[in-house]
Design a protein around this ligand. Structure first.
Ligand code: SAM
Length: 480
């Protein structure tokens, strides 16, 4: 199943680009285009030259970037690169910078011959970027690519001859004047630990691992994609280096190519007492990659919120968010948008959820909500238990604390699932139990007049997607 619908909500390649239009616009791509008898235009993804032509054409036509990619070297796939940059935008947005997004400084470790991340980040967002590269050929081409796109004021390419991965000497001298701090590092590390490891991925897999080989041709020299110990060793080294650079760099991030590496890296971060961690999946085409972010100075856990506000649901056929419309006339004392928002925040805080505001407008607000344990199931049972406690003659009747307790209890939901005794949900080793997006909007509706609209979208978490139905029910019961 193609993973495009799980791409970042702002990724323009959620809708597959028209190869026909690309062939009309771009001569090089046209030479690789294949037309079938129904007139459909495609390319042969098993040919490295065709993939190279596609990447060059997308960068040129969509991002005004003219990139030279040496033969035998890695060809970056544009939708994946965009997914990573969009996630960084979310992480940077959560820093709530006083200055605009264009005053952002980022570092790309292992920028490759294409220098694709710095160039895209500079062109798209005006970010100032440093691309660090170890390999001579990659370094030379990366410099050339910056020059031919006239982005040398925003992008600096530095040669790393040291063993150290986050080389602070290099970054400090790249821009004059020096930035007060760098906002992030990013990295697409060499994934493989040996040539054999790499070959295995491109050959049919064994009975133990019967997945088919990748659909696309292999690109990339072993210098670029193989490193001793593979990506786990590389990223562990990067984490060690990040401890020395924590006062200069606010957020460290990396991509991972193997799912099995994710838990190893998260475990290592914990061993180093790094607790501010965020993770994501980059889904595109038939490929999934993983993103990990950590910081010693910032609060993290940013994910992009999926909602109609960010993605055109009709076109992308993604699962629509869970929605509840509450007409203003049914709102009791809550008459203003701000009072409704404040009430919902209080309700969710009572459930020990953490809310992070990620988007705000006069009549709409979006939160990323994180829950680490299940405090919402079996509310009816909890209410009964609490009532029972109140009725027990341990406190004299009329005691003010009993009264206030009773009041609180009456306000809790009475319609939620009743089942076995509530388990304090096990805190997963690595992931929160639930992370979801919540949008609250005031809207004029034909049927109900001015109304408050609530949308919840599951983002990730070990507890599964169904949890948000119970939470929506809880909100409904408490707002009526
Ligand atoms: C998988 S490639 C990524 C290239 C590019 N960033 C992309 O996403 O297409 C990894 C790159 O890291 C470079 N590299 C490996 N070790 C490095 C180090 N210690 N310092 C800087 N670059 C390094 C390799 O030469 C290679 O170009």
């Amino acid at each position: 199943m193609a993973l495009n619908k799980k791409m970042h909500p702002r990724n323009p390649y959620k809708i597959q680009p028209s190869f026909k239009d690309l062939a009309v616009k771009n001569e090089e791509f046209r030479h690789h285009a294949i037309i079938d008898i129904s007139g459909k235009v495609s390319i042969d993804f098993k040919k490295a030259e065709s993939i190279r032509a596609l990447t060059r054409a997308l960068l040129k036509e969509d991002w005004n970037l003219d990139i030279t990619l040496p033969k035998e070297y890695l060809v970056p796939t544009v939708p994946l690169r965009l997914n990573y940059i969009l996630w960084l935008e979310d992480l940077v947005a959560a820093l709530k910078l006083d200055d605009s997004m264009s005053s952002v400084y980022g570092i790309d470790i292992g920028t490759g011959a294409s220098c694709v991340y710095p160039l895209l980040a500079a062109r798209k967002n005006g970010w100032r970027m440093i691309g660090i590269e170890k390999d001579d050929t990659c370094f030379n081409h990366a410099q050339q690519n910056v020059l031919q796109n006239k982005l040398e004021s925003l992008v600096k390419v530095c040669k790393n001859d040291e063993d150290i991965i986050i080389n602070t000497n290099l970054i400090e001298s790249a821009f004059d004047p020096k930035p007060t701090s760098f906002h992030f590092t990013m990295c697409n590390p060499p994934f493989f630990c040996s040539e054999e490891d790499l070959e295995k991925t491109y050959k049919s897999r064994s009975a133990k691992c019967p997945r088919p080989p990748p659909n696309n041709a292999r690109t990339g020299s072993s210098n670029e994609v193989v490193v001793e110990g593979g990506e786990v060793a590389f990223v562990i080294k990067m984490i060690d280096d990040s401890l020395q650079a924590k006062d200069r760099i606010r957020i460290f991030t990396t991509m991972l190519g193997h799912k099995s590496s994710v838990s190893k890296i998260l475990k290592y971060l914990k061993e180093k007492n790094i607790t501010e961690i965020a993770s994501t999946e980059f889904c595109q085409g038939h490929t999934t990659r993983w993103g990990i972010a950590w910081s010693q100075t910032e609060k993290l856990s940013c994910e992009s919120i999926c909602s109609e506000q960010f993605a055109d649901q009709k076109k992308q056929k993604t699962k629509p968010p869970l929605r509840y419309v509450l007409p203003k006339s049914n709102c009791g004392t809550l008459k203003t948008f701000d009072s409704v928002v404040s009430e919902v925040k209080q309700l969710l805080s009572k459930l020990e959820m953490q809310l992070k505001c990620v988007i705000k407008d006069v009549k709409s607000i979006g939160y990323q909500v994180t829950a680490n344990c299940n405090t919402w199931s079996n509310q009816r049972r909890k209410r009964r238990d609490e009532l029972r406690k109140i009725k027990e003659p341990t406190e004299p009747s009329g005691n003010p604390s009993s009264q206030s307790q009773l009041l609180t209890v009456t306000r809790t939901a009475d319609d939620l699932t009743d089942g076995p005794p509530p388990k304090k949900a096990k805190l997963s080793e690595t992931l929160p139990l639930l992370v979801f997006g919540l949008i609250i909007r005031e809207e004029e509706m034909q049927e109900s007049g001015t109304s408050f609209v609530f949308e919840m979208s599951w983002l990730h978490g070990s507890g599964g997607k169904d949890q948000i139905h119970q939470i929506m029910q809880y909100v409904k019961n408490n707002l009526k």
